[in-house]
Write a protein that binds this ligand. Structure first.
Ligand code: FE
Length: 174
């Protein structure tokens, strides 16, 4: 009987640990700034971001690195759902605005809300480009180009690593 009670307690402990793992399945357990509902603008130093973000995300989000084309998680994904900023959880794009681009990075023709993103002139690497940043935390997401499809003819060329994806619960293609 004692053994049975002990096993039951172990099961409960195991269950709660498993539950915690499920909650942190996106790997945000060390990131106190991550929220998909709080839209308050964040002013967080790069030193602080360095402590809370995974290294590959920090390098893109804060040091403006670019992931290799055709290597990211989402460049060819057609699953219906919502894309969030991987650094802060800000709502960024719906899959409806995603289109098949040959560039090797996930591409969208419009953000979910106009203030989901911000723009910044970027003259680095001897190019004149417009950088796209997260409207909430300022994370580097990618660049915008004028060769997208209708209706906007814009191409938001994003790094997969800067995005979190939440599939729609009703998506039957999954
Ligand atoms: Fe963000």
């Amino acid at each position: 009987m004692k053994n049975l009670i002990f096993s039951f307690i172990l099961m409960l402990i195991g269950g709660s640990i498993y539950g915690q793992n499920l909650k942190s399945d996106q790997g945000h357990e060390h990131n106190p700034y991550y929220s998909t509902v709080d839209t308050t603008k964040l002013k967080v130093s790069d030193a602080e971001w360095k402590k809370v973000l995974p290294k590959n995300l920090y390098l893109v989000a804060r040091e403006k690195n670019t992931e290799m084309p055709f290597t990211g998680k989402y460049w060819k994904s057609k699953t219906k759902g919502t894309y969030y900023c991987a650094a802060c959880g800000n709502l960024l794009f719906r899959s409806d605005a995603k289109f098949a681009s040959s560039c090797g990075w996930p591409s969208f023709y419009e953000p979910l809300r106009p203030n989901s993103v911000e723009y910044h002139e970027d003259h680095s690497h001897e190019m004149d480009r417009t950088e796209v940043l997260c409207g909430r935390c300022g994370a580097h997401l990618g660049h915008i180009f004028n060769d997208g499809p209708a209706p906007t003819y814009k191409r938001f060329c994003m790094n997969s690593v800067s995005l979190d994806f939440q599939p729609d619960k009703t998506d039957k293609t999954k």
